[in-house]
Write a protein that binds this ligand. Sequence first.
Ligand SMILES: NC(=O)c1ccc[n+]([C@@H]2O[C@H](COP(=O)([O-])OP(=O)(O)OC[C@H]3O[C@@H](n4cnc5c(N)ncnc54)[C@H](O)[C@@H]3O)[C@@H](O)[C@H]2O)c1
Ligand SMILES: O=C(O)[C@H](O)[C@H](O)COP(=O)(O)O
Length: 380
Amino acid sequence: MHIVADENIPLLNEFFADIGTITRVPGRTMTAADLATADILLVRSVTRVDEALLAGTPVKFVGTATIGTDHIDLEYLQQAGIGFKSAPGCNAQAVVDYVLSALSVLVDERGLQFTDLSVGIVGVGNVGLLLRQRLEAMKVPVLAVDPLRSEEETGPQVSLDEVLQADVVSLHTPLTREGEHATYHLINAERLAQMKPDACLINSCRGAVVDNTALLAHMQKHRDFEAILDVWENEPELNVDLLQRCLLATPHIAGYSLDGKMRGTEFVYQGLCEFFGLPVRRKLAQFLPEPGVKRVNFSDQAPLHQALRTAIRAAYEIRVDDGVMRSAIRRSDNLRETFDRLRSNYPLRRDIPTLRVGVPAKCQELQNLLTSAGFDVRLK
Ligand SMILES: NC(=O)c1ccc[n+]([C@@H]2O[C@H](COP(=O)([O-])OP(=O)(O)OC[C@H]3O[C@@H](n4cnc5c(N)ncnc54)[C@H](O)[C@@H]3O)[C@@H](O)[C@H]2O)c1
Ligand SMILES: O=C(O)[C@H](O)[C@H](O)COP(=O)(O)O
């Protein structure tokens, strides 16, 4: 079989070499001509997969190694009888790590503890639910809404209006443009006006869930309002004025842990094997580096919440990604290229549960706190 794949999908050879011949192409600029002899198409989020790309090609199966599917015309695939697999939940842990690191910067900046802030979660699916579990285990008050899921699945819910009253509002919905609960511009000028004047909005789902023009206008008016953005309307373009107003800004890398990216490839491989009736011969564990890549050790003197912030930012330091992005954008004469280059050259990062933390055996409270944030705690 002939497999055409986005060149930024990791472990292509490891998972797919014995299934077919692999041709790697840049995902952003892929065209129907690239698929003239393709049986299988493997993409990430930057390729629009629709009739214009697929009609007249021999493609029988499409896999996207991502959580989001808004770049795929699912209705067309179904009508055309083309098999499909995405990677639900593959990088949920990485996005949660991103939000925890963002919150740790926010509490430092405001001289607070995690437990001083209430966090509103919009969308309680794989990411939102894991975030809720981590925050509640850390004793952070959570307000959540997800009109498409029951409270049995999500835990207690309140209305969106109530969620918008939280100190921090973190968005975890897909981007949808139709239906009663469409999320396109879910956060618009009216909803921003409902939020506290010194609230913080975190968007790590899809850029267009927030009206970026309205957000910039809101922040120009309310100087204490803060935003932490990983995703932008019209990526790979972005509004540089908005970036400059953000507390933290990153180039759509919240889900970019090594674990999350590789897991995305594995999920697609499993779906492809099922579709073509092939045996599943490869497992991610064969290719992932050993856990315990970093170690943080705490003495019994470490103040609890400071220790937690240190551990989170040892696992993932969002300020580094923010600094790299700001300086690259400042020097850039081509924003689109710069944005994509930051993403394809993204450095290795591991999920929090792969980080071993040494804690003195007598510090029960610290052990509990670090475990609640997802760390692999070892007593010493
Ligand atoms: N920045 C990144 O790197 C990154 C990484 C992973 C995922 N994402 C994005 O985050 C989104 C969420 O990921 P997930 O794994 O949790 O997806 P998911 O499908 O598991 O959960 C999304 C949840 O949002 C809910 N929802 C839909 N419309 C809503 C609305 N109007 N109001 C409130 N809730 C609504 C759904 O019912 C669902 O429970 C993905 O669709 C993807 O676009 C971004
Ligand atoms: O939907 C997802 O899984 C994420 O947004 C993913 O991290 C996007 O990464 P990309 O496919 O653009 O490399």
